[in-house]
Design a protein. Structure first.
Length: 277
């Protein structure tokens, strides 16, 4: 019953970019794992995009024919624990329904099957539809979910596309910045071409014990910090990422630049929005 489904490749855009005209729907991007749920005979299996089994169990679905849905599996993340949805599966597509392959149907048709047949009046308990909006609502959705509730971003989709179509999905992620004090440097991994050099900057805050490993260094950065690490310890730098964490970290942290205009005592926890602490 194990399914390995290839995930479509995303176009990547940033907030402020124009939305390509072929996209007419937009779905939320949560801070979860891309998951494929296969259901048959009262049992389910959730696999990752590499085919690794992440969860199995019983479910109130007694058709012997296989149904396959895709979604974000919320498991063991900061975001899932904060919002009380650990273990939930938020479905955003359906590729097979009761043994019938529907991946060649349009996304709009697949979403209709997902919401009106797979999820309608079925007591799954932990499987929910991921919200879908029309594209002309995207700015309001961004404000309500990404800015105010710390969702990871939005995914724009073509409602007329088949699952196998290229460029049918377009992802927009947010970007946040924070100032950290350079606590130390992490060595590059052994066996890589950077072995023996600095691999990342470790940042911390003045008033909270948090240690954030920030990658994204250039080759020139690595050489400079390997030779002169002591010159940077205690200095302030800006890191960028996709969203805040209540711990004082950020999602997917990367080094951006040194800040000679900032003092270490300015690197405080109150940089994290109050609603997210």
């Amino acid at each position: 019953m194990i399914e390995k489904i290839d995930r479509p490749k995303f176009k990547e855009i940033r907030y402020g970019d124009s939305i390509p005209e072929e996209y007419d729907l937009v779905q939320l991007k949560m801070d979860g794992m891309w998951g494929c749920m296969t259901i048959a005979d009262g049992e389910y299996t959730i696999t990752s995009r590499t085919g690794k089994v992440k969860a199995t169990g019983s479910i109130e679905w007694y058709s012997p024919e296989k149904t396959v849905i895709l979604g974000e599996y919320m498991k063991n993340s900061h975001w899932a624990h904060k919002y009380g949805c650990d273990g939930h599966f938020y479905a955003f597509d359906c590729l097979m329904y009761k043994g019938q392959d529907i991946s060649h149907e349009t996304l709009a048709e697949r979403l209709y099957t997902l919401t009106n047949y797979v999820l309608w009046d079925n007591n799954f308990g932990f499987v929910y539809p991921l919200n879908t909006f029309y594209v002309d609502e995207w700015e309001t959705v961004w404000k309500d979910y990404v800015e105010d509730r710390n969702y990871e971003g939005l995914v724009f989709k073509n409602g007329s596309s088949m699952y196998s179509d290229k460029n049918a999905w377009c992802r927009m992620k947010g970007e946040v910045e924070i100032e950290y004090i350079c606590h130390d440097f992490r060595p590059a991994d052994e066996g890589t071409r950077y072995e023996g050099q600095v691999g990342a900057v470790i940042g911390t805050l003045a008033d909270k014990e948090v240690f954030v490993t920030c990658g994204g260094l250039t080759d020139a950065d690595r050489l400079e910090y390997t030779k002169n690490a002591d010159n940077y310890i205690g200095k302030v730098f800006t890191a960028k990422g996709n969203a805040w964490y209540p711990s004082g970290s950020i999602r997917h942290p990367k080094f951006k630049t040194w800040r000679a205009d900032k003092q270490p005592e300015e690197c405080t926890y109150d940089q994290i929005p109050e609603t997210l602490r």
